[in-house]
Design a protein around this ligand. Structure first.
Ligand code: ATP
Ligand code: MG
Length: 567
């Protein structure tokens, strides 16, 4: 594990510093009689990803622990990038994770109030209309080592500022020609306090307010005040906003409104994964994946389609916790939580991905029987089912070798193995069937029914199988990591993160053979295909053709031995 967080005590203990901070504020009655109130504030400019799951878990989970409430608030102040499709997907994903908001709000609900507050700051001599271009404003701002310079428009009279701001709102000026700025300190060591922009002109249609506005507040002039309106006590956000906190406080103090407190925590980063809506959008738009919900995507809709469960994601983000320094979590940690959850809950089934025909020569032709199999050995209440067994079966190609390498304990000529829950078999020969494909012939020991040794003799391998006559044929989508590098953002000069895409992240197996009970599986149903991995039914399935996504492989012991031998 490469996660710096996992070494810190707040994660191994069931607590984190945010919880301690809130507990302290409750103890000192920092917010008086106010209940603990949080919000989850996504911008509806893309689908939520696993990083957001961490923020959701902290916002909703901590409020809940302290008897508080959480609002879902869309931070919709960038009309050009925001869409109703994203709003809807975000609501669906939050609910899927198992959380329900107290109030549904939009920053755009507050546009009128924010405008009033802007007028209030202008009247107090704390804000001014600036005619400098964006480029000029950047140049006047200075650098980390040099102070900024005052804009020549900084000392405009209040009356002139009010007039110009009202005319900005009325649509008299083109985009980019003027902005409203807070009048703070052009020499502040914090660049965010060097007269930050409060409003810009944008003649753009907003997904909710339509064309009612042509000036839009900046994130910083909207977020703290929106928190304050909703009486948010703890406004949790990621560390990159730490430098914005003084500005957040400045607006609240100047306006004399409810003193919401911003607290920053570390972003979730995962190996082999990019968590940035902008880049995920690029993957979708350029067709590198099949959509936002492609099972290779780290979006909540992608990993849901892949078969991940909300329970496992919650357990994972709980265990990751929250700290004040950014780290990177090994993707295997997430996979571990998911395997653990599916191992406990997923129904078992037998499926052969790459079929090889097996004929039991001494099993009577035309005979068939039902073998009783536990649906989940981890859960007795899951019951049993009958799986049809007959003379001709399919086994995995990799479970047979005509000339076995050393330490290969599966089937080979003369070797005896167990067919899971069925019988002991001994391979006798390899033949070509009429259509030219290979078929393995064997004999079985009728006294080993149920897969039990009749006389104490042992076999070293147990294999899964399906009856050829009863099997259904299905498509299986095998996913691998989307990126080849642990840090996909690590690119050569002039390169792009796209250079790190794994060209074989999707392999489609079109004629897997499955036990017949899987014919009635519904989209979203999850299974452990014994010895193969965890799979779930893809919504692309039809009544007649099932499609399964591999959620995760089981740890394959043989692949490991083989790899070791190679290296
Ligand atoms: P992105 O960079 O992917 O676009 P964002 O921070 O712009 O993400 P928002 O919609 O603004 O996305 O985020 C909503 C909330 O989720 C914010 O409070 C943000 O801090 C939090 N968040 C976003 N990404 C992560 C992450 N990787 N880990 C933890 N919290 C995150
Ligand atoms: Mg953002």
């Amino acid at each position: 594990m490469t996660n710096a967080n996992t070494e810190s005590p707040e994660v191994s203990a069931p607590s984190n510093f945010l919880r301690e901070q809130i507990a302290e504020d409750v103890r000192t009655r920092k917010f008086g009689d106010a209940v603990i109130q949080t919000r989850f504030p996504p911008e509806p400019n893309g689908y939520l990803h696993i990083g957001h799951a961490k923020a959701i878990f902290l916002d909703f989970g901590l409020a809940d622990e302290f008897g508080g409430k959480t609002n879902l608030r869309f931070d919709d102040t960038n009309p050009e990038k925001e869409e109703t499709e994203y709003v809807e997907s975000i609501m669906k994903d939050v609910r899927w994770l198992g959380f329900e908001w107290e109030k549904l709000r939009y920053a755009s609900d507050y546009f009128a109030q924010l405008y009033e507050w802007a007028l209030q700051l202008i009247k107090a001599g704390k804000a001014y209309v600036d005619d400098l271009s964006a480029e000029e404003i950047r140049r006047y701002r200075g650098t980390l080592t040099e102070p900024g310079r005052d804009s020549p428009y900084r000392n405009r009279a209040v009356e002139e500022n009010l007039d110009l701001f009202e005319r900005m709102k009325a649509g008299e000026f083109p985009d980019g020609s003027r902005v409203l700025r807070a009048k703070i300190d052009m020499a502040s060591p914090n660049l965010n306090l060097r007269d930050p922009v409060m409003y810009r002109i944008l003649h753009a249609t907003h997904h909710r307010t339509g064309d009612a506005w042509c000036i839009y507040p900046m994130y910083d002039f909207a977020h703290g005040q929106s928190d304050s309106i909703e009486k948010v006590t703890h406004s949790m956000c990621t560390l990159e906003f730490a430098d914005h906190q003084p500005l957040y406080k400045w607006y609240i103090a100047q306006l004399g409104i409810f003193p919401s407190q911003q607290i920053e925590f570390d972003r979730l980063n995962l190996t082999y994964t990019l968590l940035s809506k902008r880049r995920l959008l690029q993957l979708v738009e350029e067709g590198h994946v099949r959509g936002w919900d492609d099972p290779r995507m780290p979006t909540l809709s992608g990993i849901r389609r892949r078969g991940f469960t909300p329970e496992a994601i919650r357990a994972f983000v709980a265990s990751v916790g929250a700290t004040r320094t950014n780290g990177i979590v090994d993707i295997e940690m997430l996979e571990h939580f998911q395997r653990d959850d599916l191992n406990r809950r997923a129904a078992r089934a037998m499926a052969v991905l790459r079929p090889l025909k097996l004929v039991i020569d001494n099993y009577p032709e035309g005979q068939e029987e039902l073998v009783e199999v536990a649906n989940n050995p981890e859960d007795a209440s899951a019951g049993t089912r009958g799986v049809p067994f007959s003379r001709e079966l399919f086994i995995e190609q990799e479970d047979f070798r005509e000339t076995p390498p050393p330490k290969y304990y599966r089937l080979s000529p003369g070797k005896e193995v167990r067919l899971r829950n069925a019988y002991f078999i001994t391979a006798t020969s390899v033949q070509r069937s009429a259509d030219g494909s290979l078929e393995v012939h064997c004999t079985y020991d009728p006294k080993s029914r149920g897969g039990n040794s009749p006389d104490g003799r042992k076999v070293k391998s147990t294999m899964h199988w399906v009856s050829a006559r009863h099997a259904i044929t299905a498509e299986i989508r095998l996913y691998d990591k989307l990126f080849l590098k642990p840090d996909p953002g690590d690119v050569a000069e002039g390169g792009s993160f796209l250079d790190n895409l794994n060209p074989s992240s999707l392999e489609i197996v079109s004629d897997a053979k499955l036990e017949p009970s899987l014919g009635s599986a519904k989209p979203g149903d999850r299974f452990q295909f014994e010895r193969v991995g965890y799979f779930c039914v893809d919504p692309d399935s039809s009544e007649t053709r099932k499609i399964f996504n591999r959620t995760l492989a089981l740890k394959d012991s043989w692949a490991k031995i083989e790899k070791k031998a190679e290296s």
